[in-house]
Design a protein around this ligand. Sequence first.
Ligand SMILES: [Zn+2]
Ligand SMILES: [Zn+2]
Length: 416
Amino acid sequence: MKITVHRGINQIGGCITEIATDTTRILIDLGKNLPDNSGNNDDYLDSKSEVAQLCNGIDAIFYTHYHGDHVGHFPNVPDSIPQYIGKVSKQVMAIKAEVLQQDIKKVERLKTFQPLDKIAIGNIVVTPYFVSHSAADSYMFLIEAEGKRILHTGDLRGHGYLSKGLVPTLKKYIKQIDFLIIEGTMLSRSNEKVESERELKVRVEKLMAQYKYVFVLASSTDMDRLATFHKANPTGRLFVCDRYQKRVLDLFTANGGSYSDLYKFENLSVFPNNTLLEDMIREGFCMMVRVNKYDGKYSRFTSLTINKIPNSERVLIYSMWGGYLDSERHQNKEYIEFCKRFDNIERIHTSGHASLECLTEVCELTNPRVGIIPIHSERSDNFHLLPITEGLKRRIITTSANVGGIDVEIIDDMTY
Ligand SMILES: [Zn+2]
Ligand SMILES: [Zn+2]
């Protein structure tokens, strides 16, 4: 067996991991590099022929979730290779493709799985287990082949609404493994406070009580965060969004609403609507704003609304990663410009990624016999700083090696 980290060591995003036996090869994720502050992602895979070359001989691809840094290159995968993703993830991607007028047929070709399905590809068996992340319908994969068990965590966290299943899942289904391939985003962001989504909701409720007019900048596909704002919005106040956001929320209601009221996104006020602005001013509102301009009419309506309300009476809640405003490398100019329109800005955000405590717990519970391979981290070596046992620390692999008879190849194409 061979494990290849094509990308993901010492970089966040652009994840690609390969697991190969003598007869079968699969990829976990085929992500795009995250763009820098000028929108440049410096990605050699932005070419159909490069993707085809990387995929040559690959029998299947499994995606942990729909974020672009994990799924971004899927449209260029040759049709002959089956690609698997969660059912709801596929629907989110279909809505996005439609709105952005991308080729919907590419999304339709994706195969879907349910949690706990055992999917056999040649002599490799892949089982998806649900994890909490800032994308709905995210999974970690247990990969079993040639008597070895590998857990690939994808992106996950222990402080979301649905995180309480993580430890029981690890104990009941995963147990001990041979290799752990684990995200380590927070290893280079350890100064960020990791609040739970529930704690965040309490802070949002306080702001909603303070301001009648609340504008929110948040990810349109982060089901937990959307639930936080929707549930914190006082009864009688309007929850305003565009048609695209409504479609995503309706999808989440249809899938998540049956097991928790938290995900029942009801009473949405959707633009366009002739009397909406009057109703908003009278009743108060929580408005999900969109900064990218795919819907010019909604952007103009947002501007109109902002201009109608005195600056002192409105607040913008910025509920995304702070790096888009602060980090030199990842600054987003559109977000920065938009924020300038408000005197009152509150930052309310918690990471979609595992805290250092959560990473430690996953390592200890799965107790990998042979190796721990940190990916999705700008500082994979920082994994040594976690308070895990010396025995586990010795099993951390950040450069190519042959361990326990298994070849681990780690390609580091982006060194910070
Ligand atoms: Zn990611
Ligand atoms: Zn992600």
